[in-house]
Write a protein that binds this ligand. Structure first.
Ligand code: HAM
Length: 425
């Protein structure tokens, strides 16, 4: 191999050694169980998309992060940065055949050329849950509750993670009340989403660029200082349909017994342009990490792509931040938790018996690792102890004479003697 080849994965890309896979599988299992428990069907799609589908107008950061290339026929292609455009494409392609509302989930590998910070890599897996064709706030509630369920399976409750919720539709009503025309709202949201990342002066410049006069900009910043739903209701002065929808979401969360998991947070805007209604992000309660998941209602995307207009709600929940939080809380799975039974033998003469025992035990449902060559007992017990097997069988000449094998519980050192004949050997 030439000297210049590096043995690390390209910057931001990820290798999964077996211990990393144990973590990834634990997270994927929680996602899949929660999705099925909430009645979502699984789908998947190609990782490579046409660049055209992913290109959107407007100042979304994600647009500059797309990995794209030309194939040998000069087609402009890209690695997907998120699943939502692909989901929309798949639905539009079969819009006349599908029965709505649909509830679909996937666990998709996504690529973004991001600045690497804690919790952000250039490759990540993202659990997506989407409900398409349902306008009621129960759609938002079901999606958020499924995420809460996945967190619970991973050992995290409302003391660990909170879902911060806002509504772009309510914000829109507030902005309209201030006299800001609705066609300026999308640009306003994208500018406001940058709050905390760039200075308020720079945001004000972006808003000026979007056509807002200074007094509207001042009023917009005032809206962002509202901290309670009551103050929003007061500022709005009327119960608009958007506000009713928003309030019914909170009522539903209480009905599910998850009122403690959600909090109103006017600063949640989201950086993607397509959201139109409720938007939410899951954060660790200390807010020391980036968002664990995020999503919301996007009622215009299907229509904007050329399909029949249709309402939609969904979320994306990545594997990176949650793994950091689980590590912080010492809730990561122990890799050895998956290692069941190891069989070994002293001499070649016991090998065939070991193979037959392995077959019988595997047929009975055990996960059995057989030694590929004879070894000394000292070596066997040192090796299995280090790896963390739950049970071990070591076969020596005496066992053959007696016609038995001993299944040792490697944690408490107790033994169970089994006759070879009972295993059909
Ligand atoms: P997003 O907020 O861009 O939303 O990403 C969702 C989640 O994916 C984030 O909260 C984070 O957990 C994870 N994530 C995103 N980028 C990275 C990265 N570079 N490294 C590690 N993790 C990352 C969306 O993508 C929307 N399409 C979600 C959605 C589905 N909305 C409706 N349906």
């Amino acid at each position: 191999m030439p000297e210049s080849i590096s043995f690390s994965a390209p910057r931001g890309m990820r290798d999964f050694y077996p211990d990393d896979m144990a973590v990834r599988n634990t997270i994927f299992d929680a996602w899949a169980v929660a999705a099925r428990r909430f009645g979502f069907e699984q789908y998947d799609a190609c990782v490579v998309e046409s660049l055209e589908l992913l290109k959107r107008k407007g100042g979304e950061e994600i647009q500059d992060q797309i990995y794209w290339f030309k194939d040998k026929s000069d087609r402009e292609l890209a690695l997907r940065a998120e699943m939502t455009p692909t989901l929309a494409r798949m639905i539009v392609a079969k819009q006349n055949e599908l029965t709505f509302p649909i509830k679909w989930f996937t666990m998709a590998q996504c690529f973004r050329y991001e600045r690497m910070t804690r919790g952000r890599k250039r490759e990540h897996y993202q659990w997506n849950l989407d409900i398409v064709g349902e306008p009621s706030a129960l759609a938002e509630a079901e999606v958020v509750m499924a995420a809460v369920d996945a967190l619970k399976q991973l050992g995290l409750g409302s003391n660990d993670v909170r879902v911060h919720v806002n509504s772009r539709a309510v914000l829109s009503d507030l902005l309209a009340k201030l006299g800001i025309p609705r066609d300026h709202h999308a640009a306003t949201f994208l500018a406001l989403d940058k709050r905390g990342k760039i200075s308020d002066e720079e945001i004000a410049k972006l808003l000026t660029g979007a056509g807002l006069p200074q007094n509207s900009i001042d009023a917009t910043f005032k809206i962002l200082s509202l901290t309670t739903l009551e103050s929003v209701m007061e500022a709005l002065g009327e119960r608009t349909p958007a506000l009713e929808h928003f309030l019914s979401f909170f009522d539903l969360m209480k009905l599910y017994g998850a009122g403690d998991s959600v909090i109103f947070d006017i600063s949640v805007i989201r950086g993607l342009g397509y959201y139109t209604g409720i938007v939410f992000e899951g954060f660790d309660t200390g807010k020391s990490l980036r968002a664990i998941f995020g999503g919301g209602r996007y009622d215009n995307l299907l229509g904007d792509l050329g399909g029949k207009p249709m309402t939609a709600v969904g979320l994306g929940f990545g594997d990176v931040v949650i793994a950091e939080l689980l590590a912080e809380k010492a809730k990561l799975p122990h890799p050895s938790a998956q290692k069941d039974l190891a069989i070994s033998y002293m001499e070649d003469a016991q090998r065939d018996t070991a193979i037959r025992a392995a077959k019988a035990l595997r047929d009975g449902g055990a996960n059995v690792d057989i030694a590929l060559h004879p070894e000394k007992p000292k070596h066997f017990f040192a090796r299995t102890g280090k790896v963390g097997f739950r049970r071990g069988i070591y076969i020596g000449p005496d066992d053959m004479t007696k016609g038995t094998i001993r299944i040792k519980n490697l944690a408490d050192r107790t033994e169970q003697e089994v006759t070879l004949s009972s295993l059909g050997i």
